[in-house]
Design a protein around this ligand. Structure first.
Ligand SMILES: [Fe+2]
Length: 166
């Protein structure tokens, strides 16, 4: 286990991660459940229109707020981590990031709703791993290198991506 930042009960990304994770889970589960129940013979089984609507809502969420947030983190956090000598960790996280992007793409591109639901499940797992790596490995590494991650993430966009000289 890595220590948390001194005097900080929560890492600067935890609140943001919790919110993204909760909305992702909500949308992904709505699709997975709709797909699972669409084959029910019960009279209240969801219609194919409902399944299609849940897939569209998940896709809109992923391609909107979710990917925008991930991109910002890539540009900011990963850049700082590289500058702090964590290049190997960042390279490994970028492999995960590309896998996550491929699964997000599959939510849109899979031929049927089952393929989209399977991709949604993969996105959930990959995102859970990503936030754990960020919070338990990457951020403590930045703190050890003397970089204030809260300050980094709070910077205006035009200032992001520049590594401070330490
Ligand atoms: Fe993150």
């Amino acid at each position: 286990m890595y220590p948390r930042g001194a005097g900080s009960p929560q890492s600067p990304t935890e609140g943001r991660h919790a919110e993204l994770s909760s909305r992702l889970t909500e949308h992904a589960h709505a699709l997975i459940e709709a797909v699972a129940r669409a084959t029910d013979t019960a009279p209240r089984a969801p219609s194919i229109e409902h399944v299609v609507a849940m897939r569209r809502e998940l896709s809109e969420y992923l391609n909107g707020e979710f990917l925008a947030q991930l991109r910002t983190e890539e540009e900011v956090l990963y850049n700082f981590a590289r500058g702090a000598g964590q290049g190997t960790l960042v390279a490994s996280m970028e492999v995960d990031h590309r896998a996550l992007l491929r699964e997000v793409e599959q939510v849109d591109r899979a031929e049927g709703p089952l393929g989209a639901a399977l991709a949604a499940r993969a996105v959930l797992l990959l995102f859970a791993l990503r936030i754990e790596k960020e919070e338990k490995v990457l951020l403590p590494g930045l703190i050890q290198a003397g970089i204030d991650a809260a300050l980094v993430l709070g910077r205006p966009h035009h200032m992001l991506g520049t590594v401070p000289s330490t």
